[in-house]
Design a binder for this molecule. Structure first.
Ligand SMILES: Cc1cc2nc3c(=O)[nH]c(=O)nc-3n(C[C@H](O)[C@H](O)[C@H](O)COP(=O)(O)OP(=O)(O)OC[C@H]3O[C@@H](n4cnc5c(N)ncnc54)[C@H](O)[C@@H]3O)c2cc1C
Length: 379
């Protein structure tokens, strides 16, 4: 089979009906709006309201609180939320990858206790992968869990952990056996309650002045045996499947749509052929990326390996996001100003500050291209 074929996604009639319901819900939402900011609005009230409507964990089985829909329907809801910069960051990681991870590899107890709370929009997760000396090269993580009576004792540190200070759990990747010739062996994943004694967070302020991510330290943290997710030593295989979920969704190419919308509004005041061409080009790219994402959702539903496809989409999608501020300001120059009353100026400032991180978070573009090259036998 051609490794790089993107199967035709199915059209979801249910999804298309949901699309108008989501739009109505957002129009009537009177809580916080995150305005021009990219997808980082963290709003428990909004997450809970979505959970009540069954729009979180739509693909989870009904017995674990999910909607019993397919991933195609989930994408419809997600793209509508992203299009208006709805504040979904509180539950986003849990619903995108931690819930699916627990459903696939977790114990029955972990699934029963946690997945319904994720679907209700009441339980948030962070991702404990990167460390001060290992970001891209996950096989070199040094945080160590040592077997003790009744559980594990963890020591080490994670870095760049988004929302660690305000989430309930972390999925922690750490070493449970000494490094060997097979570098990916001896890693395991654990479910860590962020209130466990010995877990501390130190905030890192990003270039935009937000305190979204953290350094997380583990000092003699005791985790009971039932905190292990899946199989001891299989952490690498498990995390690879989790990263496919992380890399293949519309949040990897739609986080700067707010600026595009403001650009279109501003362009109406001073229309130009160049402006029209720019909008056409952006829409064409967006629809291709969207088609790829829906195709990967179809592959995941059919339980096919989509790691290569997800790496490719994440690379193309985040490069697209990164180009947006450059493209827009050449066509419609303005002084970018955070928080300005002029929506275009504020949105442009916001995406200029966030753009550099797009091609780093979730795997850098160089690393993703390495995965693509290797999967295609080119390296
Ligand atoms: C906004 C944001 C949020 C994040 N949230 C989280 C989070 O919640 N949890 C988490 O665990 N991490 C998170 N990260 C961390 C992110 O995943 C890492 O920063 C990323 O994996 C890169 O690791 P590093 O910073 O150690 O850089 P390094 O791995 O040291 O890379 C430095 C440079 O070398 C290049 N490079 C490295 N290896 C190779 C290679 N094999 N081939 C070619 N080039 C290579 C990289 O592309 C990069 O340009 C976040 C990062 C950002 C920016």
């Amino acid at each position: 089979m051609n490794k790089l074929s993107f199967p035709r996604p199915r059209q979801s009639e249910i999804g298309e009906r949901l699309r108008s319901e989501v739009r109505e819900f957002i129009d009537g939402w009177h809580g916080n709006r995150h305005g021009a900011a990219a997808f980082s609005g963290f709003d428990p009230e909004f997450s809970e309201a979505l959970g009540k409507r069954g729009w979180i964990g739509m693909g989870f089985p009904k017995r674990y609180g999910g909607g019993g829909y397919g991933l195609a329907e989930r994408l419809v809801v997600l793209e509508e939320l992203l299009a208006v910069r709805a504040p979904i960051f509180a539950h986003a990681v849990a619903e995108r990858q931690s819930g699916p991870l627990l459903l696939r590899f977790g114990s029955e107890r972990q699934r029963e206790e946690i997945v319904p709370r994720i679907a209700a929009g009441k339980c948030y997760f962070c991702i404990g992968l990167s460390e001060p000396d290992s970001g891209s090269d996950l096989a070199s993580v040094r945080t160590r869990a040592i077997k003790v009576d009744g559980g594990w004792r963890v020591n080490g540190a994670k870095i760049w952990t988004s929302s660690a200070h305000r989430t309930h759990y972390m999925v922690l990747l750490c070493r449970t056996a000494p490094a060997s010739e097979v570098r990916q062996a001896g890693l395991s994943q654990f479910l860590v309650d962020m209130k466990t004694p010995g877990v501390t967070c130190r905030s890192i302020v990003n270039i935009a002045g937000d305190d979204d991510f953290n350094e997380v330290h583990f000092q003699d943290v005791f985790l009971s045996d039932d905190a292990l997710i899946g199989v001891e030593g299989q952490g690498w295989q498990q995390v690879t499947s989790e990263l496919t979920f992380e890399r293949s969704g519309p949040d990897r190419f739609m986080s700067h749509m707010g600026a595009v919308e403001e650009f279109v509004t501003a362009l109406k005041q001073q229309p130009s052929a160049e402006g029209a061409r720019t909008v056409g080009r952006l829409v064409a790219h967006l629809s291709t990326l969207r088609r790829m994402s829906r195709s990967i959702a179809a592959m995941l539903t059919a339980e096919q390996d989509a790691a290569l496809h997800a790496a490719l989409l994440k690379d193309l999608g985040t490069c697209f996001e990164q180009e947006i501020p450059e493209t827009l300001r050449l066509v419609l120059p303005t002084e970018p100003e955070p928080g300005a009353s002029d929506g275009y100026s504020a949105a442009l400032a916001n995406v200029i500050l966030h753009a550099p991180s797009c091609t780093i978070r979730g795997g850098t573009k160089e690393v993703l291209r390495g995965i693509v090259a290797k999967s295609l036998g080119l390296r």
